[in-house]
Design a protein around this ligand. Structure first.
Ligand code: ATP
Ligand code: MG
Length: 432
């Protein structure tokens, strides 16, 4: 049972060598005098060819009894074969079945029969066996890897903060209540307050990649009730400084994936276009004007509707920032401009299809912060643990949060956010 190679580690030049591969029985074809068993492992397909006249009878019997998607190990001799996947086939000397698959299968894995998303999510383990699905998650892996690499190089320290909390991060967004011994607690909607505490703590530049929970009842193609957020917070940087970090990060991730994810992009039939730096910057006021000129029903002071986002995105046509938002529609921790406090140093980073990120320079003065919390209709008492950190030496700081799923789905041109999460949580789905 000792595997010696993944499918992609075997080459035609290894002709006459003996190897052992393990995987799933992707296809079995009996053509009379010759039989093919196609084994699929994580990296691709291996053609196992049985010439009935020449093959050991026991091996032939075992292969004849294999049901599709059973787990098998095959030891055999590599034979150069131009017509086979990767230019080689295996002539087996031993075949073992390690995990038998029942039939019929809950869904097709070859990509020949399409299944709807719900069916696929119900049996996600099986859906993962499709080339398309597994490619998405290999790209998701590269995305997260490249983000860690980039932020590490920029001097950021990775932290992890609690997901079970006593108070809301900010008003507005609904929270999931949970039972915490004899108390009520909530699933955290954002690491915002904790990453800010680390600015007072002196870590200077932190990031977290972790789950955020939003109890919003939306049923859209860009919202999940549990999403993955990439969050940064950095001291002694202003809003413009962290916008530069953000656009550079997006550019880096695209380049990294274009370079390292070629196989998977090809499997998906996707060619990605690397966003050029710097991203366009529009003020909120300019953005509203574009939406209005395009005929959208929107007034200065409104949050952007999905329709307005689409309409502005169409006009701009590439990644862009919206800056200088009305303070009233941004969270209390966004820093108002000193000379025109009705506007704040908040920004959104947009893909033409949707919002990817929100960020801001933060309020770091404790008096102003308390005022802002109250002005947003929240009770400052609930924020004691947070406000305390501002009273004993808090540096100016800024940060943002990017949804990992939105970054990936827009990069790959995927329509539904559920495609890029292994086990999505939405209004109807809680299992698997
Ligand atoms: P939207 O207005 O599009 O619902 P938001 O402004 O409520 O997003 P933020 O609180 O600003 O979201 O969160 C920062 C980022 O986290 C968003 O730009 C998005 O990329 C991601 N995000 C937030 N909520 C969700 C969600 N429910 N599902 C997927 N991603 C999300
Ligand atoms: Mg936002």
């Amino acid at each position: 049972m000792i595997r010696t190679h993944y499918s992609n580690q075997i080459t035609p030049e290894m002709n006459a060598n003996t190897v052992t591969v393990c995987g799933w029985a992707h296809e079995i074809r009996d053509l009379g005098g010759i039989m093919f068993l196609v084994v699929r492992d994580r990296e691709g397909l291996i053609q196992v060819t049985l010439f009935k006249k020449a093959i050991d009878k026991n091996v032939l019997e075992i292969v004849k009894g294999i049901s599709r998607e059973s787990v098998v190990c095959v030891t055999g001799t590599v034979k150069k074969e131009a017509k086979a996947p990767n230019g080689y086939e295996l002539v087996p000397t031993a075949v073992t079945v390690l995990g038998k698959a029942e039939s019929p299968l809950p869904m097709d894995t070859t990509g020949k029969v399409d299944a709807d998303l719900d069916t696929r999510l119900d049996v996600r383990f099986m859906d993962m066996r499709r080339l398309r699905t597994t490619s998405i998650f290999r790209l998701r892996n590269l995305l997260l890897k490249s983000i860690r690499e980039y932020l590490d190089r920029e001097g950021f320290v990775e932290i992890t903060t609690p997901k079970v909390v006593a108070t809301a991060t900010e008003g507005g967004t609904a929270l999931f209540p949970i039972t915490y011994f004899e108390r009520e607690a909530f699933l955290n909607q954002s690491p915002q307050l904790f990453k800010q505490l680390m600015m007072s703590g002196g870590l200077d530049r932190v990031y977290e990649i972790g789950p955020i929970f939003r109890a919003e009842e939306h049923d859209t193609r860009k919202h999940l009730n549990e999403a993955t957020s990439i969050d940064i917070e950095a001291s002694f940087l202003d809003n413009e400084d962290v916008m530069v970090i953000l656009e550079n990060l997006v550019n880096y991730v695209y380049k990294y994936i274009a370079e390292n994810g070629q196989i998977y992009l090809k499997n998906l039939g996707v060619e990605i276009k690397i966003p050029q730096l710097p991203f366009k910057r529009l003020t909120y006021t300019e953005a509203i004007k574009i939406a209005k000129d395009n005929g959208e029903q929107i007034e200065w002071g409104d949050d952007l509707s999905t329709e307005s986002e689409h309409s502005i995105g169409k006009t701009i046509g590439e990644h862009y920032f919206i800056t200088d938002w009305p303070s009233r529609i941004k969270p209390f921790y966004a820093l108002p401009y000193e000379d025109r406090p009705e506007l704040c140093r908040a920004f959104d980073m947009m893909h033409p299809r949707m919002e990817l990120s929100s960020g801001a320079q933060r309020v770091h003065d404790p008096e102003l912060l308390r005022e802002r919390i109250t002005a947003q209709g929240l009770n400052a008492d609930g924020f004691d643990f947070y406000l305390k950190a501002f009273k004993y030496g808090m540096p100016p700081h800024s940060g943002w949060g990017v949804g990992a799923e939105r970054l990936l789905m827009t990069m790959l041109g995927i329509e539904n956010i559920r495609e890029v999460v292994l086990f999505p949580r939405d209004r109807r789905r809680l299992s698997p």
